[in-house]
Structures are given as structure tokens and as C-alpha cells.
Design a protein around this ligand. Structure first.
Ligand SMILES: Cc1cc2nc3c(=O)[nH]c(=O)nc-3n(C[C@H](O)[C@H](O)[C@H](O)COP(=O)(O)OP(=O)(O)OC[C@H]3O[C@@H](n4cnc5c(N)ncnc54)[C@H](O)[C@@H]3O)c2cc1C
Length: 386
């Protein structure tokens, strides 16, 4: 794991003041349904937005394993901020891998030095999880620029993001070779980098009124004839489906958020047991131990993703997304039982944690799509020993 961690800036995510701001913000945002300004501010100032940016472009040069560790730690205190950070790192990784030198020089120092936040605008009302039926398109105009037109939804960080990575449909003539990898997205699509304040980009100020991850500024984005050029295109053709899959190839995973959520639920149970003097009660001891086993197993699965071999990492990443999100939901259920009626009060934090844990299952690729992608890979793989 490439985690320098020597300087105090690199330890920002373990700083007690940083953590307290995130914890307080998580509670506030869950009540209001608005992104918590103080939490977003400390995230920008922490330097963490640049943790995976290469040192050449002013970042810390951390790898996916280190990023997963930080994202898990942030998720313990504020899962909404953790998904914002995860999706931001996924955009950074795509720029690092697919960007031209000009694009890297333009976008990455803004992230690393100025705390700019990236968001992905891919999902649309009515588009399925595999993103194969998009209505947002990019068409050439008379000046050979592109015009992006369409509406996106469920874009995490939308209301506070500085720029978007936008997935669009290209005209049929632009189709290029299909990737051999079973993936999602299409080779007749492209990814463009678009400034949030570019003419024609409209973000309704109110985020979606979601059940969980209520502080994640997840909202809609309208692209009304937004003019971009080839220099703003990150990739097209088969590279689009590869770029969509990139976090899984690197081992950067939303599973880290689920582990953080499971840890937060388990911590809640331990605090309750301590406060009520239940630590010597045999029934509670067993339940507590089971949640610890579940959290540690999920963390090990996330760790193994980057430590293990690269050749089947994508398959393992889909498995980890499903297993960790299921684990966090199971741990939340166990802890709710453990807490009894006191946990049923609206204000009890286990309710926020549970709703946040449910949200991860719906995030891309959601469970049903992961299972499809796993089955596709299994059916094309040779049985071991054959
Ligand atoms: C908290 C949160 C944050 C998000 N952040 C972003 C973001 O930053 N950017 C972005 O672009 N999107 C984001 N999304 C959107 C997310 O990627 C989509 O919700 C996801 O892709 C699922 O799409 P869908 O709801 O259209 O699912 P659909 O594919 O329409 O599926 C809906 C339901 O149909 C059933 N179903 C469909 N197909 C199958 C199948 N083959 N097998 C079994 N059941 C099936 C399942 O029950 C499924 O849950 C976010 C969502 C959430 C909840």
C-alpha cells in the first residue's frame, strides 16, 4: 500500500477535529437532507481530494489500497462524505489513466491544490443500471464542437461539485470496436469533462430527498446545449466501457464505505452495551462478537482486492461490492435487534447508518448488475482443473 503518512497533512483523516466535524455534519445532514457545508469544507481543506492525484500534478500519489483505507475511515464518521470522496477518486483515476497530458495539467492540479471536487453524471431517469440506454447525447455542431443535451439524475456531489464527468450517447456513426470485457456502458458512448459553471449546465440547488446518504448532495444535472470540444473528451469507443470499469480494475471500491458503515453500527452496539452494563451478558457478548467477525471479514475482503492478483480483480470487485454491502446491512439489522426499542427512536444514529447502508446496494453497479456481471464472467471462464 502506497500510503506515505509521514506529514501531518497526510494524517488529516485521523485528526480528532476533522472526525468530529464529519460526525456532527452526518447527523445534521440526515435531518436536513442538505449537504453539510462544514463537512464539505473540511473535506476540501484536508487535501484528501488530491490523495490519489499523482505527485507530478501536486497530489499525494496514493494507490487504491490507501484510498480504500481512508474512505473506510471517513465512512465511519460520515458515509455521505465517504461516497463523495469515493466517486471523486474514481474520476481522478479515470483522468490519470485516460486523460491527455493537457487534460491532466488542466484538471488534476485544481483538485490537488485547490480542493476542487469531481462528480459523475451518468444515471438518467429511465436509464437502466447498465447505462446502455442513455438519452443524453453529444452531437457535432457546424464548428466541429460538440453539443451535450440531456438530463442526469442521482449524481453524487451534484450541488457542490466543481466539475462533472458526463456519460453521453454518441451519434451512431461514431461507434467503434466493442470491448471483449463483459462490462456496462457502451462503445457508442463517450465521457466528457465539463465545468460545473459552464454555460448550459444547470444544477437544481436542492438535492434529491433520498432515504439515506442524505448529506451526499446527490442531485440532478441538466445539460442544455453545453458546448465542449474534443479536448474535453476523456474517452470514447471501447475505452468508455474500460474507463467505467477502471475502479474495479484498480481495486478502488465502494466496499470500503460498507465496511465503514458496518464498523459504525458495531461501534454503536459496543457503546450501548457499555452504557447498559451488558458486556458480561452471554447473549449480547455473542452478538457483539458476531458483528466484529463480520466487520473484520468484510475489511479483509476489501484488503485482499488490492493485495491479491490483478488478473481476476474485476470479478472479485463485483463480489466484494455485493458481499460488503450485504454484510453492512446484516450488521445493521443485528445491531438494531441488540438495541431493542431504544434503537427504534427516530433520532437514534443506527437508523441513519442503516439507511446509508441500504443506499450503497443501489449505487453503481447495484447488486443485480454485479450479479449479472459475475455470472457473465463465470460462464466465459474455464472450470478450474479443466
Ligand atoms: C446514494 C446513491 C448515489 C448515487 N450516485 C450516483 C452518481 O454519482 N452518479 C450516477 O451516475 N449515478 C449515481 N447513482 C445512481 C445509481 O448508479 C443507479 O441508481 C443505479 O445504476 C441503478 O440504476 P436504476 O435504479 O436505474 O436500476 P435499474 O437497472 O432500473 O433496476 C431497478 C430495479 O430493477 C430490478 N432489476 C433490473 N434489472 C435486473 C436484473 N437483470 N436482474 C434482477 N433484477 C433486476 C432490480 O430490483 C433493480 O433494483 C446513485 C444512486 C444512489 C442510490
Amino acid at each position: 500500500m502506497n500510503l506515505p503518512g509521514e506529514s501531518s497533512a497526510h494524517q488529516a483523516w485521523t485528526d480528532p477535529e476533522f472526525r468530529q466535524t464529519l460526525r456532527t455534519g452526518a447527523r445534521r445532514a440526515h435531518e436536513t437532507g442538505q449537504a453539510d457545508t462544514a463537512s464539505v469544507d473540511v473535506l476540501r481543506r484536508s487535501g484528501l481530494l488530491g490523495m490519489t492525484v499523482s505527485t507530478d500534478h501536486g497530489g499525494w500519489g496514493w494507490d487504491a489500497a490507501a484510498a480504500n483505507t481512508v474512505i473506510e475511515g471517513v465512512a465511519v464518521d460520515n458515509p455521505s462524505i465517504a461516497i463523495m470522496l469515493y466517486l471523486h477518486c474514481a474520476v481522478v483515476a479515470r483522468i490519470e489513466t485516460y486523460g491527455t497530458e493537457e487534460q491532466k495539467k488542466h484538471w488534476l492540479p485544481r483538485v490537488a491544490r485547490h480542493g476542487q471536487l469531481a462528480a459523475s453524471a451518468w444515471s438518467e431517469p429511465g436509464s437502466s443500471a447498465d447505462k446502455r440506454s442513455l438519452s443524453t447525447d453529444a452531437r457535432r455542431d457546424d464548428t466541429a464542437a460538440w453539443r451535450i443535451k440531456g438530463g442526469k439524475t442521482f449524481s453524487t456531489s451534484a450541488t457542490v461539485a466543481d466539475f462533472f464527468l458526463v456519460l453521453v450517447q454518441l451519434p451512431a456513426t461514431c461507434e467503434t470496436a466493442h470491448t471483449a470485457e463483459p462490462a456496462y456502458g457502451g462503445s457508442d458512448q463517450a465521457l466528457f469533462l465539463v465545468d460545473a459553471d459552464a454555460p448550459g449546465v444547470h444544477v437544481p440547488p436542492a438535492p434529491l430527498d433520498m432515504a439515506g446518504m442524505r448529506g451526499s448532495a446527490t442531485g440532478m444535472v441538466q445539460f442544455q446545449d453545453v458546448t465542449v470540444t474534443d479536448r474535453d473528451m476523456l474517452c470514447s469507443g471501447g475505452a468508455t466501457t474500460e474507463a467505467i470499469q477502471l475502479p474495479h480494475r484498480l481495486g478502488l471500491t465502494l466496499g470500503a464505505v460498507s465496511v465503514g458503515l458496518a464498523q459504525a453500527a458495531s461501534d454503536t452496539a459496543l457503546r450501548h452495551a457499555r452504557d447498559r452494563g451488558l458486556l458480561e451478558d452471554g447473549r449480547f457478548r455473542q452478538q457483539l462478537a458476531l458483528t466484529e467477525v463480520a466487520v473484520r471479514s468484510a475489511r479483509a475482503a476489501v484488503g485482499e482486492l488490492t493485495a491479491g492478483p490483478a488478473h481476476d480483480r474485476v470479478l472479485r470487485a463485483y463480489c466484494v461490492k455485493v458481499s460488503t454491502s450485504t454484510t453492512s446491512q446484516t450488521v445493521c439489522g443485528t445491531v438494531r435487534g441488540f438495541l431493542g426499542s431504544s434503537g427504534y427512536l427516530h433520532a437514534h444514529e443506527i437508523n441513519r447508518i442503516s439507511q446509508d447502508a441500504d443506499a450503497v446496494m443501489h449505487m453503481g453497479p447495484p447488486t443485480h448488475l454485479c450479479l449479472d456481471l459475475i455470472a457473465t464472467r463465470l460462464s466465459s471462464a474455464r472450470p478450474s482443473g479443466a
